[in-house]
Design a protein around this ligand. Structure first.
Ligand SMILES: NC(=O)c1ccc[n+]([C@@H]2O[C@H](COP(=O)([O-])OP(=O)(O)OC[C@H]3O[C@@H](n4cnc5c(N)ncnc54)[C@H](O)[C@@H]3O)[C@@H](O)[C@H]2O)c1
Length: 427
């Protein structure tokens, strides 16, 4: 994983963006549209896969947004995106996406960032590319909605933290933790922060999920297969704890209002048989400030089981919050969001389409992001996105190493996740 090629390319990239000794980026000031915007926002989608289509469609359906540009490494993905949005937007009376705004190949991320037709960019490429794609979009002065995780390694997370500092007050930078906008979760966390559990003693989080199936791509080269099936690949995804389980770790950080001090853990690859190298289970214990310990378990192998949630236990009560059903507090200040029984299936987590407690999460997230742009009250979720990515990396490092890892040790990590894929050959 420790690759010099990627180290160089990242350094070169930062150098290219930074004309100053401090590494500060020169932002294309004025490119981002602010409070003056009250017309339809123009969206460019970078990464036309499952999540790009789902969130892009949500923006079109739920907000005054029109998809005007698309970018992808692969022609078939780009074409599927074009077809989808042209059909979808026809119903709204919009013209087809202009062919000059369809960008394909390894330079597509630069081209869509440079487009004058675009107000904001949705980054839904594989996680390994997020720091580079985010930096390019922000440098071009575009508002950005970047999917989680913001990075797969600590140097990448620090890069995103710097990008966030540079974007502050100039544009909206949203990170894809939609659970933080789900009304049942918002109410639950408000009550917990208001003292409904009393002093919190400990907690439990878990993400039990089946295997994420992908097409075989039998005629693709080995590198193309990895890119197409990045979700199986440690260097491209960050492994399941950073790529997928991060949602639950983010909820724990939200409830406990901080990040873990240290973690221990283990896990492995026991039952999954795909071509990748991601583990299929993690068992971790995170210790938060004041010695609040949060156990965490996850699976991602061929099993019909699905449940993702958190439980917290305090002096006055306990809380329970799942993705697809029960969100409640028991004890002196009991409360129940009134959701029905479990409806779990692995498909929920693949496209981020959930039934139950998260029904409104994406809608609320999309509306509030657009509102942040049109009102000029810009969001900047870089620091929070970085904190949750680093928390997940802490658990990963503890499990991979088999020993206790502190936050301070994690922050010194210079390990670079490098897929060793030369993507210029996909030009
Ligand atoms: N918030 C959620 O609930 C949620 C749910 C699903 C996925 N996600 C996140 O969304 C992101 C995308 O996931 P997905 O499931 O849509 O993956 P996907 O594989 O379906 O889509 C990724 C797309 O990016 C393209 N791509 C790959 N490398 C590229 C590059 N260098 N430049 C341009 N395009 C490139 C691929 O061709 C593909 O079309 C990931 O970060 C994932 O973690 C979030």
């Amino acid at each position: 994983m420790n690759g010099s090629r990627e180290k160089i390319s990242r350094r070169e990239f930062i150098g290219g963006a930074a004309a100053t000794a401090t590494g500060a980026m020169i932002l294309n000031a004025g490119a981002a549209r602010g409070p003056a915007v009250n017309s339809t926002l123009r969206l460019g989608i970078l990464g036309c896969g499952g999540r790009g289509i789902a969130v892009g469609t949500g923006f079109v359906d739920n907000t005054n947004t029109r998809v005007v540009a698309l970018a992808d490494l692969f022609a078939d993905q780009l074409e599927a995106g074009r077809k989808h949005f042209d059909e979808r937007q026809q119903a709204k009376g919009y013209a087809a996406i202009d062919t000059s705004q369809l960008f394909r190949g390894p330079e597509a991320y630069k081209q869509i960032a440079a487009s004058n037709e675009v107000d904001f960019i949705l980054i839904t490429t594989p996680p390994y590319f997020h720091p580079q794609h985010l930096e390019t979009a922000v440098k071009a002065g575009k508002h950005v909605y970047c999917e989680k995780p913001v990075a797969v390694d600590v140097p990448g997370a620090k890069q995103v933290a710097r990008i966030g500092e540079e974007a502050e007050g100039k544009l909206s930078l949203e990170v894809g933790f939609q659970i933080r906008k789900a009304p049942p979760y918002v109410e639950l966390v408000k009550r917990i922060h208001g003292g409904a559990l009393g002093k919190i003693g400990c907690g439990l989080g878990y993400y039990f999920c089946g295997h994420i199936d992908r097409p075989e791509w039998p005629n693709a080269s080995p590198d193309e297969k990895r890119l197409r099936n990045w979700v199986w690949d440690r260097a491209l995804s960050g492994d399941i704890v950073v790529e997928q389980n991060i949602h639950i770790i983010d909820v724990a950080n939200w409830i406990l209002q901080g990040h873990p001090d240290y973690a221990v853990g283990s896990g492995g690859r026991k039952l999954r048989a795909d071509l990748g190298d991601c583990w299929d289970n993690f068992n971790l214990v995170f210790t938060y400030p004041d010695h609040v310990q949060v156990g965490f378990g996850s699976t991602q192998f061929d099993t019909p089981a699905f449940d993702a949630g958190t439980l917290f236990f305090g002096a006055k009560g306990s809380s329970e919050a799942h993705y697809d059903h029960r969100v409640s507090i028991a004890g002196a200040e009991s409360w129940d969001a009134g959701l029905g029984p479990a409806q779990g299936s692995v498909q929920f987590s693949v496209a981020g389409k959930f039934k139950g407690s998260l029904d409104q999460a994406d809608v609320e997230k999309q509306k509030s992001f657009v509102e942040s742009i049109t009102s000029g009250q810009f969001h900047n979720q870089a620091a929070q996105g970085v904190e949750s990515a680093l928390s997940a990396m802490l658990g990963r490092m503890a499990a991979y190493s088999g020993r206790l890892v502190t936050w301070d040790e994690l922050m010194k990590s210079e390990e670079v996740y490098d897929p060793h894929i030369d993507i210029s050959k996909f030009a």
